[in-house]
Design a binder for this molecule. Sequence first.
Ligand SMILES: *Cc1c(COP(=O)(O)O)cnc(C)c1O
Length: 440
Amino acid sequence: MPDVSQQWFDRARAVTPGGVNSPVRAFAAVGGTPRFMASGRGAWLTDVDGASYVDLVCSWGPMLLGHAHPEVLAAVQDAIARGTSYGTPTTTEVELAEEIGARTPVEKVRLVSSGTEATMSAIRLARGFTGRDLVVKFAGCYHGHVDSLLASAGSGLATFGVSTTPGVPESSAAQTIVLPYNDRAAVEAAFAEHGERIACLITEASPGNMGVVPPEPGFNAFLAETCRRHGALFISDEVMTGFRVSRSGQWGTDGAVEGWVPDLMTFGKVMGGGFPAAAFGGRAEVMAMLSPEGPVYQAGTLSGNPVATAAGLATLRLADESVYTRVDQVAAAISEAASEALTQAGVPHRLQSNGNMFSVFFGASVAGSPVRDYATAATQDTGAFKAFFHAMLDAGVYLPPSAFEAWFVSSAHDDRAVSHVLAALPVAATAAAAALEGAS
Ligand SMILES: *Cc1c(COP(=O)(O)O)cnc(C)c1O
């Protein structure tokens, strides 16, 4: 029993809403006691009760090299020994921006502290640059907790959004048009009706926040071209995919091949090396609108923090082709084995992947054909996932505690860690089968 975690969770709930500082950590979707982690090394996490887990969350993506990578730690220790924040320019910020520019098509970068800040600032910049107000986003794409992006689809196509949470003014949600993902006709209809008022379209470069729902071939190119035709900016949110699905993120596998470039891109997660660092960047002409060069205001006391940028720079410099090859291999081994175990146990499911990001949708409603949008993803059987999740947890595998999240692996997932996951799968698949049976 996770007794010590439970004690801490009780204490946490007394001082923090829900006992956590980011909702999904509370295990609300799967039930049970959230594990308080005490340490991480390589592919493994150890909790405060002393139980160890192979980590398939990897801090929701950032830990591409695994936990406590010695060279990243050395870079952090070197930075910390020289002080932790000066509020002045530092050389590491420049090197990190150069590294991002070398891997992606962005011409200028601004560093911030979270993915939310990156998307929020990119949208402000797009509005300032175009002099327009409306934003287009897709249902199921998450871009952080930015007011205007916490909107869901209103009734009918090409209508304005409604806020998904109290506290977001309807006037803010009403600046957002929410469309079904992978739906070209919906995009065309929205731009035909409102094109002259649309400042930007923002999309996850390859969605991973509704489970993994990749763009259909050519969809991102279509979005880029549609924006261009209407004088709107195309913002590709690579906070999750950036420097993870390839050295150049999702753009490395579509835009770089097809020959198009987003106007703005947002990054986070991997580029912070486990610290709060994120960025947005893009065309020099657009970025020149940003203060102090231009009139669009944006700032941050800890932006480009020397410790965070040292961790991010060390991570990116270590993330070479051999890292991506290993992460791809591990993802393929685990995802294929998970699908195989579920098939053996008679659990209808659908495995979806985009490079080394993958997730499994549970239940008959999602098993037959590709899950291409949120409406379909939302029909999955979360009860089966819950049973699967807990069986894996009991066997020492830490999965994302929600059916709507991507599974992440690292280059530190060695053969021992992979074998440990594979050994846990058959029992978990049987638990999922029993949950489906019980429900029907
Ligand atoms: C995680 C994420 C964000 C938000 O980043 P935070 O650092 O959590 O604010 C934005 N966009 C995408 C695609 C993400 O996955």
